[in-house]
Structures are given as structure tokens and as C-alpha cells.
Design a protein around this ligand. Structure first.
Ligand code: G6P
Length: 611
């Protein structure tokens, strides 16, 4: 939530900052702002997208070699020009941008108001900034010291970047709980919520840790802890190319990312799965294999789409590994008082690796002695770094706000993990193990075949684009896919949708069924097939419109359903990786048909770094 960018060096700062903000817009798009340092501070900000600000300031004096920029997902205060970042301090000498939430800002605001401070915005950011300025003036110290003192009083999460008009060329940055990457160039430094703003300039980056403060100048990067002790920056080499964050000829990132799945799933399996040799090589699992074999319980924590991957993993791990699995919403798990026994394994699933609730949930569990295993897409992210072991999904940068290729990457990793553990534990027969390895290896090709028939879903979408509600039903391994299908439709088309276990539908949602309600059945051939056929009949008997995702060769369901979409045959454990593809495409085409900005649907953000 909220994207931050900074630059200091010899180049013009504004083009770098504004381009960086466009790449970080997936983090929020309620307002945009930049602060430039050139003989004083110049701040330009506006409600709306980055392009709105860009247009509004054409012709203004944008010359500077040091600048910061912000794209906002509103928390405190509605989206407006005045609540937009950067904020300036009472003296006008400091400007600050912030990603996160200052939880004790009301207390700080009261103290400052009593001292005569007046606030123009409703934000917690303006409070923190003036708190810093107040310390700077009272303690007669420099900005760096004031930030350090202030942050010791602050509770909450933040990444802040500050400019001081009396200190040219310098950006002061600090982090706790929200991500901050610093790119190291020749005589220049770049700052970002992720590495995308700096990709074409440098591959050398430093991931700043919690409670660290950075003093960034063109030729110098100083890292310190809040105790003012210097820390040696650990420089990592980025393995990401600019092309990975561009649309590459597609109309939208979401469509590009859907169509990338044959290769992203292949990349995820590559070097790990060798069906012919009968092996799965996953170092993170191998290093922890005894823990997995001996585990009494696995708890999986996640949010959103990642939670749906977790639910499917519960079905797969319990079936193949015979280990009890519990699936928890990270936001619930972290606030209740869960029983965590020493040696419990906690799996955290997260595309971004930065989701605040998931991150804090595993921090707490780690303190209680649990082993943390991270399944993460963004390399070097906070969840990846805090985990005891893990496996990357290798889906590449996912820019579209609704998760697609990261989800299938998660399913591929989780299935490989389950197979590897089951094999080592001896809970799977050799024959089933080999079959599933070959099945998994064939997924990219089958996904490719599905994508070749994508246009059929466009036709279905156009037929149902006027729907007010939709119901998604699936049983067994396809139940989590029903939940994910409904979430995708809600996010991307704003049609109200609910996912349900197909049989449970009789205990409530069936009351909604009439001739206007589209009901999407994920009804691929599996052990529940006859049962789901009966559920389809129950919907048809009440005149509901049935859209069925079925296996090639199914000659029963086409006679009952209003619309069908075929996917290639697959083992029931593997089939969800295929049946989720039409769910993504249906939502995409519905969203487009309804005029939604599918890459940036309203109110959502890709990386939710606030609770
Ligand atoms: C947001 C995104 C979802 C995502 C969820 C969890 O809500 O819009 O697409 O599934 O966060 O994010 P994570 O990065 O932890 O997987």
C-alpha cells in the first residue's frame, strides 16, 4: 500500500521519480505527489493517478537532481489534494512521504496541537513529520538525529523518505514493517518500495531492514540502526529485467500475466521437477525435511488469493502427506491467541512477501518457537527474509492488482512440496507419485491449450456482463477454485459474487437462484463428479443459468448447462491449476465488458502493508 520513490544523483530527478511511480501504482492510486529539492523545496501533488499529476504540472519548474515521489492508498483521510503526499512541515523546510500507519498519531497530534501546531491534512504522516521537525528544533540537532529520536516514540509501520531544504542532495529514509529498496549506482542512488523504479539504471540493491535508517547522498549510502550505530549495507544483485514489468503488447498487465502462465509455471517447475528421474529438488524442503516428516501439524497463514492457495494446499497435504493442516486468515491468526506448539510448522504464502498481516503473524509464531516456511514470489521480500526456509514461486513481477500467475505458481510449489514430503514420509505409493510427477510436468502445456480457446470466455462474458450477482460452486479440490473465481469476479468486474462448496449451496445461496443468476460450476472429472452433476440439476430446476467448466470428453454436462468451457483431462489434484485459468479469463473479459480498469480496480491495492 502506497508506493514510494526517491532519487539523488546527477540526472534529472523528476523523470526518474514519475516513471518509478507509474511502476508502483499497483500499490495504490488515490493520489500522487512529488517533492523536488533545488534551491528550496518544490512540492506538486494531486488526487488521482500518476498521469493526472503529470498532466497538471506540464510546464512547471521540475528541474532538480534530488527528489521523492508517492502514490497513495488512502488510510487516514479521504483521497484529496490536501491529504496527498508529500507533506511539508510547519516551517516549510521539510517534506516527507510515508507508506504505512502511525498508530499513536492521535497522541502525538494532541501534544503538537498543545504546542500550537496546526495541521492542514487529516493524515498521520503530517503529524509524524511535524513531530520530527519539533524535535529537530527543540534539540537543535540535525534531521537524521531528529528522525532517530522521533521513531523511538512511534508505534506502527512505516517507510519514510524525507527531504530537508537546508541539506541539499540528501534523502533520509527509515523503515519498519513496510518495504524499502535502495539501488546503488555510480554517483547516484535510487529508492523504491520495490526495485522496479531503478531497473534500467542499476542491478545492485540494498534491502533495508526494520529499524534501520539510511542517509542517502549521490556518492554515499550510510545505514544505521536507531541506536546510531553504523551497519554495513549488504548489496544484492537483482535478477530482473525491464521487459518483465512492461505490458509487452498486451492491453493490460492482467491479460499478459494470465497468458504468461505456461512459462511461469514452467519456470517454477524447472530445475526442481524431473518426472523421468522421479525426483523433486527443493532445497528449502530438503533442509527442513525432518521437521516436515515429524510435524504434528502445519498451519498455513495467508490473505486474499494466497489464502485460496492455502486452502487447496490443506486438501493436497492432508491427502498425500497425512499431516493435519489448518488454514488461517493472517489477520485473524495474529490477533487471537492461537495455540502454537514448539515444532509446529507455519507456512506463510504471499505473492508480495510484504502483506502486513501475514508478516506479523509469522513474526509472532516465530517468537513462539514455530518453524516458518515462506512461499513467496518477490525475491528478497520481508516474508522471504524472516522465514527459516522457503520456496520461491518464480512467477516474475506481477503488476495487475488481481493475482493470477502468482496463484498458479503457488499451487505448483505447494503440490511439489506435498509430493516431496509424501515421498520422503512414505505416505504415497510409488505409482501415484510417478503419475503425479508426470501430471505436474504436463501442466504448462495444458494451460497453453486452454489459453488458445480464451475467446470462448469472452463470448460467455458478454452474455452475462449485466448480471448483478454470481455464484461459484465447486467440490473437493475445486472448492478453493470456486472461492478464487468469485473473488476474481468481484475484484475485476464489481459484480457481487460468492464462492461456495457445491453441496453447501443448499443451505442458503440456493435462495438466490432465479433465471437471472449465473452459476459457475467448476465441474471437472473427479471423484465427486456425479455429485456435482446433481448440484447442476438442482440449479437448473430453479431456472438458474449454468456456466460449467468441464473436462474434455464430458458428454453429460453439456446437455444441462447453458454454457460450457472445456479444460484438458488431469488428475483431480492437478486439475485446479487448469480450472482456475478460465476463472481468471472470465473475470478479465467481464471487467473489460463493464469498462473497469482491470489492472487497477477501485479501492484495491496489490500489496497491503497496513493491517
Ligand atoms: C491484496 C491483493 C490480492 C492478494 C492479497 C494478498 O488483497 O489485491 O491480489 O492476493 O493482497 O497478497 P500477498 O502479496 O500476501 O499474496
Amino acid at each position: 500500500m502506497c508506493g514510494i520513490v526517491g532519487y539523488t544523483g546527477t540526472k534529472e530527478a523528476y523523470p526518474i521519480v514519475i516513471t518509478g511511480l507509474k511502476r508502483l501504482e499497483y500499490r495504490g492510486y488515490d493520489s500522487t505527489g512529488v517533492a523536488l529539492l533545488n534551491n528550496g523545496l518544490k512540492v506538486y501533488k494531486k488526487k488521482g493517478r500518476v498521469s493526472d499529476l503529470e498532466e497538471a504540472i506540464i510546464g512547471m519548474d521540475l528541474h532538480a537532481h534530488t527528489g521523492i515521489g508517492h502514490t497513495r492508498w488512502a488510510t487516514h483521510g479521504e483521497p484529496s489534494d490536501v491529504n496527498a503526499h508529500p507533506h511539508t512541515s510547519a516551517s516549510g523546510k521539510l517534506a516527507m512521504i510515508h507508506n504505512g500507519i502511525i498508530e499513536n498519531y492521535t497522541q502525538l497530534k494532541k501534544e503538537l496541537t498543545n504546542k500550537g501546531y496546526v495541521f492542514t491534512s487529516e493524515t498521520d504522516t503530517e503529524v509524524l513529520l511535524n513531530f520530527i521537525e519539533d524535535i529537530k528544533e527543540n534539540n537543535q540537532c540535525d534531521l537524521e538525529e531528529a528522525v532517530r529520536v522521533a521513531l523511538k516514540r512511534v508505534t506502527g509501520a512505516y517507510v519514510i523518505l524525507l527531504l530537508d531544504s537546508e541539506n541539499p542532495d540528501t534523502i533520509i529514509a527509515a523503515r519498519k514493517g513496510s518495504p524499502l529498496v535502495i539501488g546503488v549506482g555510480k554517483g547516484e542512488h535510487f529508492l523504491g518500495s520495490d526495485a522496479s523504479p531503478m531497473l534500467e539504471y542499476t542491478k545492485e540493491v540494498v534491502y533495508v531492514n526494520d529499524y534501520e535508517l539510511a542517509i542517502v547522498r549521490p556518492d554515499e549510502l550510510i545505514l544505521k540502526n536507531l541506536g546510531n550505530e553504523k551497519i554495513t549495507p549488504f548489496v544484492t544483485r537483482l535478477d530482473m529485467e525491464l521487459a518483465a514489468i512492461e505490458k509487452g503488447g498486451y492491453d493490460h498487465f492482467m491479460l499478459k500475466e494470465i497468458f504468461e502462465q505456461p512459462s511461469t509455471i514452467h519456470d517454477c517447475l524447472r530445475g526442481r521437477l524431473d518426472a523421468a528421474a522421479g525426483t523433486i529438488t527443493m532445497k528449502g524442503i530438503q533442509d527442513n525435511i525432518q521437521h516436515f516428516i515429524n510435524a504434528n501439524r502445519i498451519i498455513i497463514v495467508a490473505c486474499g488469493t494466497s489464502w485460496h492457495a492455502a486452502l487447496l494446499a490443506e486438501y493436497i497435504i492432508e491427502e498425500l502427506c497425512r499431516i493435519p493442516v489448518e488454514v488461517e486468515y493472517a489477520s485473524e491468526f495474529r490477533y487471537r491467541n492461537p495455540i502454537i506448539n514448539k515444532g509446529d510448522i507455519i507456512i506463510a504464502i504471499s505473492q508480495s512477501g510484504e502483506t502486513a498481516d501475514t508478516l506479523v503473524a509469522i513474526e509472532r509464531a516465530k517468537e513462539n518457537g514455530a518453524i516458518i516456511f515462506g512461499i513467496v514470489n518477490v525475491v528478497g521480500s520481508s516474508i522471504a527474509r524472516i522465514s527459516n526456509g522457503g520456496a520461491y514461486t518464480h512467477a516474475g513481477p506481477e503488476i495487475g492488482v488481481a493475482s493470477t500467475k502468482a496463484f498458479t505458481g503457488q499451487l505448483a510449489v505447494l503440490t511439489m512440496m506435498a509430493l516431496k514430503i509424501a515421498k520422503e514420509k512414505g505416505t504415497i505409493s510409488d505409482e501415484r507419485y510417478t503419475d503425479l510427477l508426470f501430471e505436474l510436468e504436463a501442466v504448462p502445456e495444458k494451460v497453453d491449450a486452454i489459453l488458445k480457446t480464451a475467446e470462448q470466455l469472452k463470448t460467455i462474458a458478454l452474455k452475462y456482463k449485466g448480471a448483478a450477482d454470481a455464484l461459484y460452486l465447486g467440490r473437493g479440490y475445486n472448492f478453493p477454485i470456486a472461492l478464487e473465481g468469485a473473488l476474481k469476479l468481484k475484484e475485476i468486474s464489481y459484480i457481487h459474487a460468492e464462492g461456495y462448496p457445491a453441496a453447501e449451496m443448499k443451505h442458503g445461496p440456493i435462495a438466490l437462484v432465479d433465471e437471472n443468476l449465473p452459476v459457475v460450476f467448476i465441474a471437472t472429472k473427479d471423484s465427486y463428479h456425479e455429485k456435482i452433476v446433481s448440484n447442476i440439476q438442482e440449479i437448473k430446476a430453479r431456472k438458474g443459468k449454468v456456466i460449467a467448466i468441464i473436462t474434455e470428453g464430458d458428454d453429460l454436462i453439456p446437455g444441462m448447462a447453458d454454457d460450457v468451457f472445456y479444460v484438458p483431462p488431469a488428475d483431480e489434484i492437478i486439475a485446479p491449476m487448469l480450472s482456475t485459468i478460465p476463472m481468471q479469463l472470465l473475470s478479465y473479459y467481464m471487467g473489460i465488458a463493464r469498462g473497469v480498469d482491470v489492472d487497477k480496480p477501485r479501492n484495491l491495492a496489490k500489496s497491503v502493508t497496513v493491517e
